[in-house]
Ligand binder design. Structure first.
Ligand SMILES: Cc1ncc(COP(=O)(O)O)c(C=O)c1O
Length: 281
């Protein structure tokens, strides 16, 4: 994600705690005038020790950038200078993002987005969804979907959200979506707590709306494959790239879906499938 900026921004990575939170000590090392990017992965809350460390850094002149793409339904629980939310991770739209903050310069000019490409991507995504549902997905749509991503990379200026995405957003009821996600998350958390070989990450609270319930298991890839055979599709946490052979890599995390497309019966089905897989293993 940061690669395109390597030539213009001098950045380093900070250590995360085992449960993917920035540690207070790491935050205390950031100097005045530097920026830090805080992300609430999977829509979990940030522990109070971390939010205190963020406040402390800000009061020392650290610029706090916040990426709340995984929790777009609630504002960040820490204070920030600039927040970004990409909307297509959690909502049924294909483009669009929100940027919040006091921008020093007037907003940049927007480039016109090619609406026909948005429509083509939507058709491909719908086709893929129906093939996946029928169990006949051959991966043929992947190239078309990649083309769309490549098209986005060719744009020099920001684009305004497409009309299509805007009209979908206008039609959505966010309260219903948020309530369903919270109810599903509660149900699934209660159920996975009963399974010995699964440990949900901490800091899921009722004050925010999670994107997934992310759990620690011994071999996430195998669990993911077993669940997909039951028609339960968990997001892929990227496999280790060959170039990063020496970098520590997490292969113990799996994100279980709890979003608004699902209900209590689905949570029962997910937890049973997980339990059966782990107990049979
Ligand atoms: C936390 C977070 N922020 C931003 C992005 C980028 O979003 P987009 O692909 O819509 O630019 C991602 C993509 O996975 C993400 O997980």
């Amino acid at each position: 994600m940061l690669e395109p900026f390597e030539a213009v921004i001098d950045f380093t990575f900070y250590e995360m705690t085992w449960d993917l939170q920035p540690g207070p000590e790491e935050l205390s090392r950031i100097g005045a005038g530097e920026s830090v990017l805080i992300c609430d992965y999977f829509g979990r809350s940030v522990p109070s020790s971390t939010s205190l460390a963020i406040e402390e850094a800000r009061s020392r002149g650290v610029v706090v950038l916040s990426d709340t793409t995984h929790s777009p339904f609630t504002p960040p629980t820490w204070s920030f200078d600039l927040a970004i939310i990409s909307l297509r991770k959690t909502l049924p739209i294909h483009d669009g993002a929100i940027l919040v903050g006091a921008l020093a310069h007037p907003p940049p000019e927007f480039e016109a987005v090619d609406e026909s490409r948005i429509a083509a991507r939507e058709a491909m995504a719908a086709r893929k969804a129906s093939l996946v549902a029928a169990g006949t997905d051959s991966g043929d749509e992947a190239a078309g979907l990649r083309d769309f991503e490549n098209y986005l990379q060719t744009l020099d200026k920001p684009t305004a959200m497409s009309r299509k995405s805007r009209s979908i957003i206008d039609a959505l009821n966010f309260e219903i979506i948020a309530n369903r996600r919270r109810a599903n998350a509660d149900e699934l958390l209660n159920r996975v707590e009963q399974i010995n070989a699964v440990r949900a990450l901490p800091d899921y609270s009722r004050t925010i709306v999670p994107a997934f319930i992310t759990c620690q298991v011994s071999d996430a890839r195998t669990v993911q494959q077993a669940l997909s055979k039951q028609g339960i599709f968990c997001p892929v946490h990227w496999p280790r790239p060959d170039q990063l052979a020496a970098t520590p890599w997490r292969n113990d995390l799996i994100s279980l879906p709890i979003d608004h497309r699902y209900d209590r019966d689905d949570m029962v089905r997910i937890s049973s499938a997980l339990q059966h897989h782990l107990e049979d293993a």
